[in-house]
Design a binder for this molecule. Structure first.
Ligand code: N01
Length: 546
C-alpha cells in the first residue's frame, strides 16, 4: 500500500476538463492526447502502479499473442524507434516495463491518482458536468468522463461453495500477487483452460510436485513459436514502421502480418488446404483462422481447420484418452484462439493430470482440496484461470447515471447498446474506449485503443471549436449501429460459441455478441466518416449564450 503522497491521493474535489478512469494502454494515451490539447486532466487508477491488464495479469507464463513490435504505441516515431523488444511475443514484465517507460518518458504519472477505485459518476444535465466519486473520498467534476477501463478487467471466480474454508493458498490469474509465488513441491490445481490457463499450466508443471488441470472445455491452442528478435528483424521492422502501422490500421485484425484470405477452404484441394494449415502451424501464432475466407462463416470450412488442429493435438499427446479429452469439439475460432508454448506436451508428464469437470463438475472446495462426483483432489494451492466478466463487467460495477435520468445498469439490462462502440445514448459526454460494438477484443487492441483515443480527441476539439457543450448519441443512430453489429455477427459462426464474447461464462449475463466483427479497417473508416460529416448520429447541444 502506497502512502497518500506516493499514490497522489488528495480527496480531490477539484474541477477538471476531463476525468479518465484507468491507467493502462488506453488511459495513458488518452491522457497524453488531452494534455496536448492543454486540458486539465485527472486519471484514477485502482492499481498501485500504471499498466492496466499488464499490471494485474502477472501470472507465470503471461505474454502477449500479438507480435510485440506491433503490440505497441505508434503515436511517437521516437518512442517506436528507441524501444527495443526482445522477443517475438513479449512477456508481461517486458510489456509492463514498456508502459512504465511511456508514462515516464511523456511525464504522465503526475496526473494519475493510484490505488483509487471509481465507484460512480453522475451527470448533471443542467450544468452538463460529471461528478466522479471514488473509494478514497474524491468527488471531482469535469464536463467529460472517459472510461479507459479495459475489456478484461473484472476477474471472475467460479460459483463453487467452500473457497473460504480452503486451508491452502489460492490465486486468480487476473489479480496475481506482486510477490513471488513458490509452487515448488506443491500439489497444485488449476481451474480453467482458456488463454491464461494455457500459458500458465506449462510453467506450473515445472515447479509443482503434482498438477491437476480441471478442464471444463477443451480449447484450440496453436504453438506460439516464440523467438528472440534478431537485430536484423528489428531493423527491418523499424525501417518499415510507417507501412507496417498503416497496414495494421487498415487490416481486419489490426496487425500487418495476418494473411487477408481470398480463397474458400472448400475451393482448394485437400493437399493445398493441409499445406496451408501446416505452414501456419509451423510459423506459429494465432493466424490459422485467417487461412481461408470462410473459416468463420461456413460450418464445413470451419471443420477442416478444426480437424487439422485436433489431429495435431492427438499427434502430440501420447495417452489417447487424454488426447481425446484435450481435443476441442466446438467450432474453431468461435472462442478466442490461444497461443501456447508446450501446452499439450505438458500432459505427457507423469505428474500432470487432466480432470474432466464437464463430465463431473466440481461440487465444492474443501479445506484440503476440491471434490467432484468422480473423487476428491488434495491440493496445497488452487489457481483460478477462470477469466473475466468481459467487456461490460467493469463498467457495470460502477454506478453511472444522469441525475434524475438514465443509468447505465438499466440501459444495458438486456445487453450493451452503444453507438460506434464509443458512447451510449442517454449518458451524454461519457466516452468508452474499446466498448462493446467496436472491434476491441477481436483486434490488436493497441491499434483499436489508438484509434478510439484519436477519435475522441478530435471530437473534443470539434466540440470546443464549435461551442458544443453536450454530445449524446441519437437513439435511432444507436439502434441502427446495434442492428448493424448484430447483423454482421450473425453472418458468421462467431455468436454460436459459448464464449465470453457472448457473456456465456457469466451465469445470468445477457447473451449478446459484443464486439464488432466487421474489421478494424472498415470500422475506422465508418468512425472517420461520422466525424468528417459533423458527427452524424449524435445530438450536439450548443453552449447557452451568456
Ligand atoms: O479466460 P477465459 P482467460 N468452472 O474466459 C473456465 C485474453 N488473454 O483468462 O470454456 C470451471 O478464456 C472456462 O471454461 P469454459 C484473451 O482475450 C490474452 O483464459 O467456460 N471452469 C475456461 O476454460 C482471452 O480470451 C492472452 O467452459 C470454469 C477458463 O475457465 C481472455 O483474456 C493471455 C468456470 C476461462 O477462460 C480471457 O482469457 C491471457 C467454472 N465455474 C488472456 N468458469 C494473450 O495475449 C470459467 N471456467 C495470450
Amino acid at each position: 500500500m502506497l502512502d497518500d503522497k506516493q499514490a497522489g491521493r488528495t480527496a480531490d474535489t477539484d474541477r477538471y476538463d476531463a476525468v479518465i478512469v484507468g491507467a493502462g494502454f488506453a488511459g495513458l494515451y488518452m491522457l497524453y492526447r488531452l494534455q496536448k490539447l492543454g486540458m486539465k486532466v485527472k486519471v484514477f487508477e485502482s492499481g498501485d502502479n500504471v499498466g492496466g491488464t499488464w499490471y494485474w495479469n502477472r501470472y507465470p507464463g503471461a505474454r502477449c499473442d500479438v507480435e510485440s513490435m506491433e503490440y505497441s504505441y505508434s503515436f511517437s516515431e521516437e518512442l517506436q524507434q528507441e524501444w527495443k523488444w526482445s522477443e517475438r511475443y513479449a512477456t508481461q514484465p517486458e510489456i509492463l516495463k514498456y508502459i512504465h517507460h511511456v508514462a515516464d518518458r511523456f511525464d504522465l504519472r503526475r496526473h494519475v491518482q493510484l490505488e483509487t477505485r471509481v465507484e460512480g459518476a453522475e451527470f448533471d444535465p443542467v450544468a452538463n458536468i460529471w461528478t466522479v466519486k471514488t473509494n478514497q473520498g474524491d468527488a471531482v467534476q469535469a464536463p467529460f468522463c472517459i472510461m479507459a477501463t479495459g475489456c478484461l478487467s473484472t476477474a471472475k471466480l467460479p460459483e463453487v461453495a467452500g473457497l473460504d474454508s480452503f486451508r491452502g493458498k489460492w490465486y486468480h490469474t487476473g489479480f496475481w500477487p506482486q510477490e513471488a509465488v513458490d509452487l515448488t513441491g506443491k500439489r497444485v490445481g488449476v481451474i480453467g483452460t482458456g488463454s491464461s490457463g494455457i500459458q500458465l499450466i506449462p510453467q506450473v508443471a515445472k515447479q509443482a510436485k503434482a498438477l491437476y488441470v480441471f478442464q471444463r472445455t477443451a480449447n484450440y491452442s496453436l504453438p506460439a513459436r516464440n523467438k528472440t528478435i534478431t537485430p536484423e528483424m528489428e531493423t527491418s521492422t523499424k525501417q518499415r514502421y510507417p507501412q507496417v502501422r498503416k497496414q495494421a490500421r487498415e487490416s481486419p485484425s489490426g496487425v500487418s502480418y495476418f494473411n487477408v484470405p481470398t480463397k474458400s477452404a472448400l475451393e482448394v484441394s485437400a493437399e493445398e488446404r493441409e499445406g496451408t494449415y501446416e505452414a501456419l502451424w509451423n510459423d506459429g501464432g494465432i493466424g490459422l483462422t485467417r487461412a481461408f475466407n470462410d473459416l468463420l462463416v461456413s460450418e464445413k470450412a470451419n471443420q477442416t481447420a478444426a480437424d487439422f488442429v485436433r489431429g495435431k493435438i492427438r499427434s502430440i499427446v501420447k495417452d489417447p484418452k487424454v488426447a481425446d479429452l484435450l481435443a476441442p469439439t466446438y467450432r474453431i475460432g468461435t472462442k478466442r484462439l490461444c497461443a501456447d508454448s508446450d501446452y499439450f506436451q505438458t500432459f505427457n508428464q507423469p505428474h500432470v493430470h487432466l480432470v474432466d469437470i464437464k463430465k463431473a463438475p466440481i461440487t465444492n472446495i474443501r479445506p484440503d482440496g476440491v471434490s467432484t462426483p468422480d473423487g476428491d483432489y488434495a491440493l496445497d494451492v488452487i489457481i483460478f484461470a477462470t477469466g473475466f466478466d468481459a467487456m461490460t463487467g467493469t463498467l457495470l460495477a460502477m454506478d453511472i447515471r444522469v441525475k434524475g435520468g438514465a443509468n447505465l445498469r438499466d440501459q444495458w439490462e438486456h445487453g450493451p447498446r452503444t453507438y460506434l462502440g464509443i458512447m451510449t445514448a442517454g449518458l451524454p459526454n461519457l466516452f468508452m474506449i474499446t466498448a462493446p460494438g467496436s472491434p476491441s477484443v477481436l483486434s490488436n487492441v493497441v491499434v483499436s485503443i489508438e484509434q478510439h483515443v484519436e477519435w475522441i480527441t478530435d471530437c473534443l476539439t470539434y466540440l470546443r471549436k464549435n461551442n458544443v457543450q453536450r454530445i449524446d448519441p441519437e437513439a435511432g443512430a444507436q439502434e441502427a449501429w446495434v442492428s448493424h453489429v448484430n447483423e454482421l455477427a450473425d453472418r458468421t459462426l462467431m455468436p454460436k460459441g459459448a464464449s465470453w464474447y457472448v457473456g456465456a461464462n457469466v451465469p445470468g449475463k445477457p447473451r449478446v455478441f459484443m464486439p464488432y466483427v466487421g474489421g478494424v479497417g472498415v470500422y475506422r473508416k465508418k468512425c472517420a466518416e461520422v466525424a468528417a460529416n459533423g458527427y452524424t448520429g449524435f445530438n450536439l447541444s450548443a453552449r447557452q449564450p451568456g
